[in-house]
Write a protein that binds this ligand. Structure first.
Ligand SMILES: [Zn+2]
Ligand SMILES: [Zn+2]
Length: 238
């Protein structure tokens, strides 16, 4: 019912037009998609030191628990920004396809890994109806034929959305210790008699990387649980 209302409101106020060139019938036409340039990931996303593609410098890797950050485009790309906003805040689910295709175009996504999405708090998930990071994760896992685990970590509490907070310190404090290993996943490990994270590489998916606080908090609990490497994979880097 809500879905139907949402859809008709969407059609009324937001007719299907390419967000790049206004061509009707699609939110992103092929020609605008092809113009989106995949960035060169050759600077540490936390401190800007030059690094090999997608790497995080040693110091920051230790501090922030992430081993790599693979990102498609800068958030300053006006079209990508519009696409992400429409996907997240206008709930245009079908944008998961082209946005995840951008993720699949980046070289170096490891194939023997587990894909995990940054979860939403359960109340927010109910309000939003879908977790945008999980939709991207599903597409990526399918594209590379690698397993997707949807319930590895969960949020322990509600937090103000990071986008509403400007300064870095407050952002970190806002989200500190917000994730824990999901009891459902613990049960699954007990059922299979093994730590399913041990010695694994996890590809942790989110839409945007700004300060990296969210990915870092999630990576922290995954590392504590035995994961070998954590790679962040995001559409845009702010
Ligand atoms: Zn277009
Ligand atoms: Zn660094």
């Amino acid at each position: 019912m809500f879905q139907a209302i949402r859809k008709s409101v969407l059609d009324l106020f937001f007719p299907k037009k390419c967000l790049g060139c206004n061509k009707t019938g699609t939110y992103l036409c092929d020609s605008c998609f092809n113009k989106i340039e995949i960035a060169q990931n050759n600077k540490c996303p936390f401190c800007d030191r030059p690094v090999a593609p997608s790497q995080i410098c040693e110091k920051c890797a230790e501090k922030y628990f992430l081993d790599k950050l693979i990102w498609a485009t800068p958030y300053s790309n006006a079209l990508v920004k519009e696409l992400i906003k429409a996907f997240k805040y206008l709930y245009i689910k079908e944008l998961a396809k082209p946005l995840s295709q951008l993720l699949c175009l980046i070289p170096g996504v490891k194939h023997d890994a587990i894909v995990v999405a940054i979860p939403l708090y359960k109340k927010r998930l109910r309000e939003r109806d879908f977790n945008q990071a999980e939709l991207l994760a599903k597409e990526v896992a399918q594209y590379f034929s690698i397993p997707l685990e949807t319930a590895v970590i969960k949020r322990t509490r509600f937090a103000t959305p990071q986008v509403k907070i400007k300064d870095h310190k407050t952002r970190r404090a806002n989200i500190k210790n917000i994730f824990e290993i999901n009891p459902k996943f613990v049960k699954k490990c007990i059922g299979e008699n093994q730590n399913l994270l041990k010695e694994k590489t996890i590809i942790l998916i989110d839409d945007v990387f700004t300060t990296g606080a969210t990915l870092s908090e999630a990576a922290k609990v995954l590392k504590q649980a035995g994961t070998k490497e954590i790679w962040g994979l995001v559409v845009a880097k702010g």
